[in-house]
Design a protein around this ligand. Structure first.
Ligand code: PLP
Length: 380
């Protein structure tokens, strides 16, 4: 069977096609979906109340708002800065409709000849966006024996994407790794794009949660964060990008956003603001704890051990199977949908990723199914 890499089709479209074909042939089989990393818990009451209030404002002459500022309303930029970046000025935070877009759109700041480095395996968007822009991509291999810590490239690159905790390996980049990347970027005049979509899942107290925990990072790094995976905004759409003025990129990014983007919907920005209030943060924490507990259940079933720092489990396939072969077998025999490791890069070969974003009863069923399928083997 054809085993696609992330460049032949967008990974999740290929999975959706295989799952749809399986369901057509086996209409009675209930699927346990541990594939795509989409949340399942509904949005918290504090956030929904703000969303509804702001929607009602749009229906009144006195409070109606048209186009939003392309960088976001000050109330939300300020709220993000207060929580995550007290060291930046509020103009350094740009609101967008998703970190996926920010990660891909960021390349607009670079020339056609720019060389991009991405970890392998990692979230496919960085490499796919680079290929779409016809840029050269250099892969930084991450291996089990190195704790999935990438090393900076040995040659010059212009842009480096880093993701911590990493999707799919769930590795948190260590302070030492980050220091080496910041030093590389300063020496090579490269830019780091640091993706913190899963920062709230880090349970290790000493692990850095932001690139700005590293001295000198403000001159070379932009950092994105998202309301998706904690506050449950995958459907509402809201995220941010921090662009410190020391990077020299802020003006160009502001101009780029103003040229192609008319801002995130006002009610959504009010909802995001509410997610950062004390009550909203509490709801956010409850979601994260719920998904982390799911991750622990799956981790135990897979015999992975160790600390859980992400809503994903990364497991080696048994019997030397490829990720796509293990994907097909788990689907056929247990109705479990996972994501083949190859889809995240060549080094993902022989692994699969399980998402812990499901409902508890489904996760418990999946944990039992995985235990059966592993038959006493450990996933490692
Ligand atoms: N960054 C990473 C590492 C992700 O895994 C994802 C989604 O799976 C995103 C960004 C997308 O975030 P958003 O929903 O804000 O576009």
């Amino acid at each position: 069977m054809r085993e696609p890499g992330s460049h032949t089709s967008y990974l999740f479209s290929e999975i959706a096609a295989r799952v749809a074909a399986f369901s057509r042939e086996n209409p009675g089989v209930k699927l346990l979906r541990l594939g795509i990393g989409d949340v399942t818990r509904s949005i918290g009451k504090t956030v929904i109340a703000a969303l509804m209030r702001a929607s009602a404002e749009m229906g009144e002459e006195a409070t109606f708002r048209g186009y939003a500022p392309s960088g976001g309303y000050d109330f939300l930029r300020e709220a993000v800065r207060n929580r995550y970046y007290p060291e930046l000025d509020a103009d350094g935070v740009f609101i967008s409709e998703g970190s996926k877009r920010d990660a891909a759109d960021f390349q607009a700041l670079f020339g056609r000849d720019a060389v991009v480095a991405v970890a392998d395996p990692v979230y496919p968007v960085y490499a796919d966006a680079s290929r779409l822009a016809e840029r050269k991509v250099l892969f930084m291999p991450c291996r089990t024996e190195d704790g999935y810590q990438p090393a900076p490239p040995e040659t010059h690159v212009d842009l480096i994407y880093l993701c911590s905790p990493n999707n799919p390996t769930s590795a948190v980049l260590s302070r030492d790794t980050l220091e080496r990347f910041v030093a590389y970027a300063r020496r090579e005049r490269a830019v780091l794009f640091f993706d913190t979509a899963y920062r709230d899942y880090v349970t290790d107290a000493d692990a850095p949660r932001s690139i700005y925990a590293i001295d000198g990072a403000r001159a070379v790094a932009c950092e994105c964060g998202s309301f998706s995976k904690g506050a449950g905004f995958t459907g509402l759409r809201c995220a941010w990008l921090a662009v410190p003025k020391e990077t020299g990129l802020r003006e160009k990014w502001a101009r780029r956003q103003a040229t192609v983007f008319n801002g995130v919907a006002y009610p959504v920005q009010r909802a995001a603001e509410a997610a950062l209030t004390a009550a909203g943060v509490e709801e956010w924490r409850e979601n994260v704890s719920y998904y982390l507990e799911n991750a622990r259940l799956l981790s135990n079933a897979l015999g992975l051990g160790g600390q859980v720092n992400a809503p994903y489990l990364w497991a080696r396939c048994p019997e030397g199977l490829s990720g796509w072969a293990w994907f097909d077998r788990l689907l056929r025999e247990e109705g479990v949908v996972c994501t083949p490791g190859e889809g995240f890069g060549a080094c993902g070969k022989g692994h699969v990723r399980f998402s812990a974003f499901g409902k508890r009863d489904e996760i418990e069923q999946a944990a039992r199914a995985l235990k059966r399928a592993m038959g006493g083997r450990t996933g490692g």
